[in-house]
Design a protein around this ligand. Sequence first.
Ligand SMILES: Cc1cc2nc3c(=O)[nH]c(=O)nc-3n(C[C@H](O)[C@H](O)[C@H](O)COP(=O)(O)OP(=O)(O)OC[C@H]3O[C@@H](n4cnc5c(N)ncnc54)[C@H](O)[C@@H]3O)c2cc1C
Length: 397
Amino acid sequence: MGLKIETKNLTPALAAEIAAICPFGAIEADGAKLSINAACKNCKLCVKKSNGVITWEDEEKPAVDKSKFVGVAVFGEVRYGKLLPVTLELLGKARELADQIAHPVYAVLIGENLKGAAEDALRHGADKAYCYDHEQLKYRTVVPFTACIKDFIDTVKPSSVLFGATNFGRSLAPRVAARCGAGLTADCTMLEMKENTDLVQIRPAFGGNIMARIVSPQARPQFCTVRYKTFDALPRSEELTGEVVNVTVTDAMLQSGTEVLSVAEKPKEVDISDADVIVACGRGFQKKEDLALAQELADLIGAQVACSRPLAESGWMDAKHQIGLSGRTVKPKLIITLGISGTVQFTAGMKASDFIVAINADPDASIFEVAHVGVVGDLYEVVPKLIEKIKEGRENV
Ligand SMILES: Cc1cc2nc3c(=O)[nH]c(=O)nc-3n(C[C@H](O)[C@H](O)[C@H](O)COP(=O)(O)OP(=O)(O)OC[C@H]3O[C@@H](n4cnc5c(N)ncnc54)[C@H](O)[C@@H]3O)c2cc1C
């Protein structure tokens, strides 16, 4: 696939004329010769304007036999012997997608002493849990993990593979996809399954202004990452059905240029993604000190305080507290937004919350389109009254 130059009728004058077509300076003329340099953006303007001197040739790709790829697989990320919650959520989604095309659901687990985690995967929607269980896989090192998943893909040939968009998942998924010569869609917010087993990977694009529907009709497996709290896990089944497949881990799979010398645990921080109740602050706050008002409300109702991006950017709150497209996805039972306008980039990270209360001075603010209860008013007046009412209510109980 690429640009092809027809040299037959080229003259120095014509070559110079064609070189001038490219706005990026990617066509170089040397006498009656033309060449394309690395500045080429494949915009194909030269193909349109060079009267057949430069043409575009598509490489014929052999059609993939989709019937040979069966199953929706989930990379089961294990920490301290337990599956991460995002894996359980992905298994729930995988079950729904797989049922539409009568495919099985697989979990791929890599680590040490995986029996308990493998059974948990079966109780949360997997038909089979493939375990690469080895003491040298105790720590998450990306090269051996890539080799294990590649082995799973070569053996089982799943149609789709889903990864949690954790720090490790974001490092692992593209490596696996590259080894398979396939694409990867990061941070999907929705997934749909077509009858022909094409996975429709939906995610915000162009700064969140459109929802892109991405399919890979020519490639198998189809790879994507999904953030924590995007989908719901299935309830844990009391009945243990399905099969645990213990795969032999070979020396080749364990090859790694990385040696883990020691592991230092980071102090556990409260993650707003796990919060049941959130008070989220936006640019309606006039100064950092005023956030004490939000903190008072949050303390009263047992909430975590979070923010929109401008507050994180101005250093008023840590970036870990930012909700949205470039921040965290949250799904609390209750979220109260204070002085947040409700741009798509913000709501992308919170609109699945169970109950949304919005306080905003502007009756036309878009946050009211996703809110279950909207209060039009000045947060500096409404929040103190709300605090007062909650305190009063408690005293009267
Ligand atoms: C690629 C990209 C990614 C982005 N990712 C994120 C993201 O992850 N998270 C995010 O939040 N943003 C993100 N943004 C930025 C986003 O577009 C908005 O700029 C941002 O969400 C606006 O934050 P805000 O609602 O706090 O501020 P504003 O849009 O300025 O809204 C402030 C609101 O406060 C109200 N208000 C003012 N005074 C008061 C008052 N006294 N009482 C009550 N209400 C009052 C106003 O009516 C207004 O609606 C992203 C943008 C891009 C391009």
